[in-house]
Design a protein around this ligand. Structure first.
Ligand SMILES: [Zn+2]
Ligand SMILES: [Zn+2]
Length: 337
């Protein structure tokens, strides 16, 4: 078992295309009990990730990602719990709030530093982002910076050039993707609260799941006319909302580098895609973003709907964020090809 990808070595090559002398050779697989224990520890403690250079580095670690599989299976609970207006409302609100945290903060703030905010709000949105089950903010930003550096090259872990499955979700299910490369996020790693959250990110969605169950049970007790329950809010607010949120987010890796239009001749395959921009609150203007990645705004034209940008403008009006980096005039005036 364990699907294995054919991928190029990530070690640097000498001009003669021979492995660089400094490259570390792949090591043999660790013994099975050690692998099982490490996978189980990784459920709770992301610091247990070893440098992925062994023979399993590109093989899906099904034991490690079992909680992620169960997250999907949990959606089937809808057969038993049914639906109610309040369950739909909670699922939609949690989708919107967490999508904004992912796009506005995990992406535009932590990965690209496209605006400034207080240390307190930085942590609040890091927590909401962690509730999305997309790992911690340092992990997310480190991998995303790596993506921009090597977009659609061999070293890009989620380029669609490696195939749809791998770009959509397969890449982060392998040990090569488990660790956080702190050298890429030194600016963020100086905050101990962010390092803690990055290590124990799973605590946040677990707490959210418990809170949803408790809220649903309380509503059922206090307000039976709402026709909801603990299990119903858990299935809709946690399982379904999180799975939809997850797959919407990763379309930017799997689909936004394949389908859409290209305004700018970037070195990668990024596209602008209106539908994906709606779904992901503005991230679908991905060709714009790869051309000029440091602005807080990704829809460069007035009609390029960018809900995250509008949300950030609102937070700026409220004085919660500041110094939103604009799209420079030379980018806006650039003639479309
Ligand atoms: Zn991209
Ligand atoms: Zn980016």
């Amino acid at each position: 078992m364990g699907r294995r990808y054919r991928i190029e070595s990530h070690t640097p090559r000498t001009p003669g295309n021979a492995p660089a002398p400094s490259s570390s050779p792949r090591t043999a697989r660790p013994p099975a009990p050690a692998r099982v224990l490490r996978s189980l520890r990784l459920w709770f403690d992301s610091a247990a990730a070893a440098p992925a250079n062994d023979a399993d580095a590109d093989r899906v670690d099904w034991l490690r990602v079992l909680p992620f599989v169960l997250l999907h299976l949990g959606c089937a609970g809808v057969i038993w719990v049914g639906v109610s207006p309040v369950a739909l409302l909670v699922a939609g609100a949690l989708y919107a709030l967490r999508m904004f945290a992912i796009t506005g903060f995990y992406h535009r703030y932590f990965s690209h530093r496209s605006f400034r905010t207080s240390r307190g709000l930085q942590f609040v949105f890091a927590l909401i982002g962690a509730a999305s089950v997309q790992r911690g903010p340092l992990w997310w930003a480190a991998h995303h910076r790596h993506h921009h550096r090597y977009a659609d090259q061999a070293q890009d872990p989620h380029s669609p050039r490696h195939g749809f499955w791998r770009s959509h979700m397969g890449w982060f299910m392998t040990p090569r993707a488990f660790a956080t490369d702190l050298s890429r996020v030194q600016d963020l790693a100086r905050y101990p609260e962010l390092r803690w959250l990055d290590r124990y990110d799973v605590a946040v969605p677990l707490a959210m799941a418990i809170a949803l169950y408790a809220t649903g049970a309380l509503l059922q007790h206090l307000w039976p006319a709402l026709d909801t329950s603990g299990a119903q809010l858990l299935v809709w607010g946690f399982f379904i909302s999180t799975v939809v949120l997850f797959h919407a987010t990763v379309t930017i890796n799997s689909l936004s580098h394949r389908f859409g239009s290209r305004r700018f001749e970037t070195a990668d395959d990024s596209r602008n895609n209106f539908l994906l921009a709606l779904l992901t609150f503005g991230e679908g203007w991905h060709n714009n973003h790869h051309f000029y990645s440091s602005s807080a705004r990704q829809g460069f034209r007035w009609w390029e709907v960018d809900l995250t940008w509008y949300g950030l403008r609102l937070l700026a009006l409220l004085g919660l964020v500041r110094d939103l980096k604009p799209v420079p005039a030379w980018v806006l005036e650039r003639r479309e090809h």
